[in-house]
Design a protein around this ligand. Structure first.
Ligand SMILES: [Zn+2]
Length: 543
């Protein structure tokens, strides 16, 4: 068996005429290598927004797009200015609960974290009534509303992490079974609480449904917090997380059983429970403004230039970080110099093939690592109307382990783009399969998601796991190595990488984009998907 596989791999490598069952898109591996190496060199200092590394990065990208024959994408400019705000909380007072059996006081960092999206220099939550709102979900298309019949204006809501059916074994259920829907993400919970007028929203931390420990909550919520300007509008005064043990104590003090109420919250028809307590805390906010840039290039369409096929990849990474063996630059070679280089290689390939009927857009976005901020800013301030944006592809971290027999799709079964991609991937002799761990909600963790929220269908792939050379076992070795360098100084360019899998993926994306750009299709989200209603409403404006 092993011999037969190696032999076919050998044939694929040496007899291109036989191997070309799929038309080979003109993606340049040389461009990919050259730009990935350059962008991840120490000269770019890890590409943190607002540093000299940003200036070098965006200048290099504009130059590369121009050389490839593209046009500036933002009304004659290569850049879209993205106003960012950095907020650092200080002098954080304990989170105090009164009105229960015993007064409770929870300390910053050890028991709880709090922050604010507001730009006020000081935040004060005083005697705010506390309501347990279960999973904090309002999903009319699924017949679920945890806020039904309760007014939480000015109150503090306590919310469970993940979505109501996360403990299900399979992927069936109102909220996709064990797969996490957007209703399970903390971003959604804070957004919904703000829409309901809550003064504060506190999420209960539990390691298993969150898929990470308290250390991650603590480290990611206690330093400077970046957001895009505008996010403060309508935001709750305070948002935060509370440790599980502290929460149990809190519920007991209110004469409630946390376990019993959590179980009830997972069942349809759950009603929010006022705990009869009040919450108070206060802190100072130090606000600093900083401008950054998205880079946008287009190949204008010949017949319907107002209809746009989008490609995105984040150019930013972490910059200077905690040193490992004396190296304090998080170069972000895989994450995401590879995806940024892919934007240029894809643009170059399309330019070589000539303009299509629709416009092809290529955008390298900023501040993904701070919460998809560049993509969110674009989605809130689009250059091309989103109701005329056909759909697209996001590239975040290309696979560097060689050619695969499968393609991994993140967020399987969501949009009709998947059905369009399947035969393209099949023509490469690959199988399209769900990627990674659906319970971690990977679809909500990169830039395409900012578009999805506004209804634009976007495709996002993970690494194929079944390597032509070595199968699943070899891939395990690669992914273990990968985990060591993720968000660490070790994410550096390696001339020994095998770009075979990356090339397969990019050729597939090229073919898909070309089809979209030459055709009339308006792919949608599948019926019942969380983003379907938004897309239907937005397309109705222009249809
Ligand atoms: Zn990334």
């Amino acid at each position: 068996m092993r011999f037969a596989l190696s032999l076919s791999a050998f044939l694929l490598a040496t007899t291109p005429a036989l191997a070309q069952t799929a038309p080979q898109a003109p993606i340049s591996e040389a461009t990919l290598k050259r730009l990935t190496e350059r962008l991840s060199s120490d000269e770019f200092e890890g590409r943190a927004p607002g540093t000299p590394g940003e200036e070098k990065t965006v200048a290099l990208l504009a130059q590369a797009f121009e050389k490839a024959g593209l046009k500036p994408g933002n009304n004659g400019s290569w850049f879209q200015e993205v106003p960012l705000v950095e907020i650092t909380a200080s002098d954080v007072q304990p989170l105090v609960f009164a009105g229960g059996k015993t007064p409770l006081s929870f300390d910053y960092r050890t028991d709880m974290v709090v922050a604010s999206y507001r730009l006020d220099p000081s935040i004060s939550l005083k005697d705010s009534e506390v309501v347990f709102v279960g999973y904090g979900v309002n999903a009319p298309e699924r017949g679920w509303n945890d806020y039904a019949g309760v007014d939480v204006k000015g109150k503090t809501v306590v919310i469970l992490v993940n979505d109501p059916d996360w403990q299900t074994e399979g992927l069936e259920g109102t909220f996709g079974g064990k797969a996490m829907t957007y209703y399970g993400r903390w971003t959604y919970k804070y957004e919904e609480a703000a829409r309901q007028g809550a003064a504060a929203a506190i999420i209960v931390h539990q390691s298993e449904p969150a898929s990470y420990g308290w250390n991650v909550v603590q480290s990611s919520w206690t330093g400077p917090q970046w957001q895009m300007e505008g996010a403060e509008v309508g935001a709750s005064q305070a948002i935060g997380w509370l440790q599980l043990d502290a929460t149990k104590t809190l519920f007991a003090s209110a004469g409630q059983d946390f376990e019993a109420l959590s179980a009830a919250a997972a069942r349809p028809g759950f009603k929010a429970v006022p705990l009869g307590l009040t919450a108070s805390t206060s802190f100072k906010s130090n606000v600093r403004r900083q401008a950054s840039k998205n880079v946008i290039a287009i190949l204008p369409g010949t017949e319907r230039p107002d209809e746009v096929v989008m490609h995105t990849a984040h150019w930013d990474h972490l910059g200077r970080c905690d040193a490992v063996d004396g190296d304090d630059i998080c170069n972000g070679a895989i994450d995401n110099a590879t995806g940024t280089a892919a934007m240029v290689a894809l643009a170059e390939a399309h330019a070589k093939a000539g303009p299509a009927k629709r416009t092809l857009a290529f955008m390298a976005v900023t501040a993904e690592e701070s919460g998809l901020l560049g993509a969110k800013y674009y989605a809130a301030n689009p250059v091309f109307p989103l109701n005329k944006t056909v759909g697209g592809v996001n590239v975040d971290s290309l696979p560097m382990a060689g050619a695969t027999r499968n393609y991994g799709i993140v967020g399987p079964g969501k949009s009709e783009l998947e059905a369009m991609l399947r035969p393209i991937v099949a023509a490469q002799n690959r199988v399209l399969e769900p990627a990674g761990n659906p319970a971690a909600g990977g679809y909500y963790r990169s830039d395409h998601f900012a578009f999805a929220q506004k209804g634009v269908p976007m495709l996002y792939g993970g690494a194929g796991s079944d390597l032509v050379e070595g199968g699943e076992a070899a891939h395990k070795v690669y992914s273990t190595a990968r985990a060591k360098i993720y968000h660490a100084p070790g994410d550096e360019y390696d001339p020994n990488w095998d770009w075979g899998g990356a090339m397969q993926d990019l050729r597939a994306y090229y073919t898909l984009s070309r089809q979209l750009a030459e055709g009339n299709a308006w792919p949608n989200w599948v019926a019942g998907d969380e983003f379907r209603a938004v897309r239907d409403a937005s397309r109705a404006e222009v249809e």
